[in-house]
Design a protein. Structure first.
Length: 676
């Protein structure tokens, strides 16, 4: 009897305490609404009305009457009132019934409807969310630390001051008992990643009391069966350490990954190092990694399976063949650039993928031993984008994907052609993928020098142009984003209309940026690319009334060669011949050029652009191309001291007159001269 009375008393006290907390909340805010639950890394838990997995904030009405929160403010920037997002007024979506819930999507897409969409996004690394009334008075706030994918953080019970981590989130529903009392704090290491001349003793701590730390040195993700940390770890040579902390009834911490480059050569130090660290068997190599090749043989350089259990992962595409890794940038001066968890995939054309070979020698053997990669930044791994000014001169410092180019047709020397031409395109005023040279390490092993650059996709173009509109992005190899409807409509219009008629020409100019197209043609024709124009082009447009198609330089390694010195390229720009050129290929660049050339204005603009770029300090003067070449030569001098100088010694001096004569013979009104 006494025991049951004591239990009843405890229950009464808990209920009374919750009631007091609710009253305290209402007395101090003047309203019954609170921020009740948030998810800041919504990978695949719940979609917004537009079908996107966006961050969300749940508002709960703890009162006995419905309340309209229209006119209130929600923000993650307390000290910037001008940037606060005001919840729409006079909207049926903003009224919360007594004991009810309202979901607000923190996606930055305020124009989306239906649903309430705030003008900000949330950071999985932690921040503050604040709710103000219509006059700017504080109603409620929440401060959270690092959060994990598809895990929410909320009050238990609803509207209380007890916060829990929910592995089963409950948007628009009451918060059920949280399995976890919190998330273990990330471990801290006493040495920063970077270059070192001497060995290290790495000490590890964790702010979470009672946590146990585990670590690995083989790239695998630490778990409770890994090596337990008890004393400082000696690091005597280049190594990659991964660390994670655990505590009962808490979610494990995020994984910390650090690479230390010990006593590396001056050649390695001459470029920034990109260090990729991942599980050898599950992420990288056999049996389940992205580069796993099991069984089979090579027949005329193409991999062929010998039996039903043979497989070749590099031949595969898509998210199914993406694996989790850590990536770190360590600057050539030894300072740490960034570390981020991301997804990695093999990159390559239909021609390249079947020819990739697994080898320990990536640098001096077959060109197919050296893999190219895409790195994807997603909330399932950590931050949804890499927020870092990775490329100087680029307007993009929030990256969804970056490319590690191995340089299949320019792999060893001079290894600068693609980067050189993209920089020249930028000099011409175009939007182009920015890049830099790096030395690549995978799990502490050197794999050679690479060209790290931006990928031409919807997210890149949205960031560059500063708009959230959808895009059609069409590489020659297929569709990357959007669809081909507008592109096919443009080609059909060009095919079926005489563009010498100014009305038809102006209509094409409404859909295609003609000046940008001319600049792209001039550059491609100048460099004498041997596979132009059939392959290796990307065209894209914003899907809006103002959107126009533009071409973007990509994969131009087969250029500036001795074999292409006298190549002028106009013969490879045929018009429509039954939809194909004489070789049965489909070169829409040629179709567009021949149709547009029929118009006097097009030829005049072409001549003006030649004048712009080849004269008066233009982008394609010998002086500017030389400067760009020497810039890259200097960048690569540590790893490639004996760079092939054909471009500098022969191509640049001789190419100018050759291409200007070709323009004149094509009827573009520019004669060759000797101006550098």
């Amino acid at each position: 009897m006494w025991e049951s009375s004591r239990v009843a008393c405890v229950v009464f006290m808990v209920v009374a305490l919750v009631a007091v907390m609710l009253v305290f909340c209402c007395l101090n805010t003047g309203t019954s609404v609170v921020i009740n639950e948030v998810m800041v890394s919504n990978y695949e838990w719940i979609q917004d009305p537009q079908g996107d997995y966006d961050d969300w904030i749940e508002i709960y009405n703890a009162g006995d009457e419905a309340i309209d929160i229209g006119g209130m403010y929600l923000t993650d920037r307390r000290l910037n009132p001008d940037g606060w997002w005001q919840i729409p007024e006079d909207s049926p979506e903003t009224t919360i019934p007594a004991g009810g819930y309202l979901l607000i999507w923190a996606d930055g897409d305020t124009g989306d409807s239906p649903g309430l969409h705030a003008n900000f996004k949330l950071s999985a690394s932690g921040e503050e969310i604040i709710l103000f009334d219509a006059r700017g008075n504080l109603i409620d706030n929440i401060i959270f630390d690092t959060q994990l994918p598809d895990v929410s953080y909320g009050r238990y019970p609803d509207a209380s001051n007890d916060w829990r981590v929910f592995d089963i989130p409950t948007p628009r529903e009451g918060n059920i008992i949280g399995r976890y009392l919190g998330i273990v704090a990330p471990p801290e290491l006493n040495h920063n990643r970077g270059f070192y001349e001497t060995s290290l003793n790495v000490a590890i701590t964790c702010e979470t009391e009672g946590a146990t730390i585990y670590y690995t040195l083989d790239g695998s993700e630490p778990n409770e069966t890994s090596m337990e940390y008890t004393n400082p770890i000696p690091i005597n040579s280049t190594a990659c350490l991964r660390v994670r902390a655990f505590r009962n009834d808490w979610l494990p911490s995020t994984i910390k990954t650090h690479t230390w480059l010990i006593n590396e050569s001056e050649a390695i130090k001459s470029l920034p190092v990109l260090s990729i660290v991942g599980d050898e068997e599950e992420a990288l190599y056999e049996p389940n990694g992205i580069m796993a090749i099991v069984g089979g043989h090579y027949d005329e350089k193409v991999w062929v399976p010998d039996g039903p259990n043979d497989y070749n992962n590099p031949m595969q595409r898509g998210r199914e063949y993406e694996r989790p890794v850590s990536v770190e940038l360590i600057n050539s001066d030894g300072s740490a650039g960034f570390q981020s968890d991301c997804g990695i995939r093999v990159r390559g054309s239909r021609n390249t993928r079947p020819r990739y070979r697994r080898s320990d020698d990536w640098f001096t053997g077959s060109i197919f031993n050296k893999f190219s990669f895409n790195l994807y930044f997603r909330s399932i791994y950590g931050e949804s984008r890499l927020e870092y000014p990775l490329f100087s001169g680029s307007q993009v410092d929030r990256l969804k994907c970056v490319v590690l180019r191995a340089g299949k047709n320019d792999q060893r020397n001079p290894f600068i052609k693609d980067e050189l031409v993209r920089r020249l395109h930028t000099d011409m005023g175009a939007v182009a993928s920015s890049g830099r040279m790096v030395n690549l390490f995978i799990n502490g092993e050197y794999k050679g020098y690479y060209n790290l650059c931006e990928r031409i996709d919807e997210e890149f173009l949205q960031e560059w142009y500063g708009k959230d509109e959808d895009w059609d992005v069409l590489p020659k190899s297929g569709l990357r984003d959007g669809d081909k409807v507008a592109w096919n409509a443009l080609l059909d219009y060009v095919r079926n209309h005489d563009l010498s008629d100014d009305a038809h020409y102006q209509e094409v100019g409404r859909r295609l940026d003609i000046t940008a197209f001319i600049d792209y043609l001039i550059l491609e024709l100048y460099i004498g690319r041997e596979d132009f124009p059939v392959v290796n082009w990307t065209v894209a447009r914003e899907r809006s009334d103002e959107g126009k198609f533009r071409f973007y330089i990509w994969d131009v390694e087969q250029s500036m060669r001795a074999s292409g010195l006298h190549r002028v390229g106009f013969n490879e720009l045929p018009g429509f011949q039954g939809g194909q050129d004489i070789n049965g290929k489909e070169p829409p660049i040629g179709w567009l050029y021949r149709a547009l050339k029929a118009n006097d204005d097009f030829r005049l603009v072409f001549a003006d652009r030649i004048q712009e770029h080849f004269y008066n300090d233009g982008a394609l003067t010998n002086a500017n191309i030389t400067d760009r070449f020497l810039e890259l030569r200097s960048e690569m001098s540590g790893v490639l001291p004996n760079m092939d100088m054909f471009i500098l010694d022969t191509f640049i001096p001789e190419r100018r007159d050759i291409i200007l004569n070709a323009f004149a013979q094509e009827g573009l009104s520019i004669l060759a001269d000797t101006e550098p």
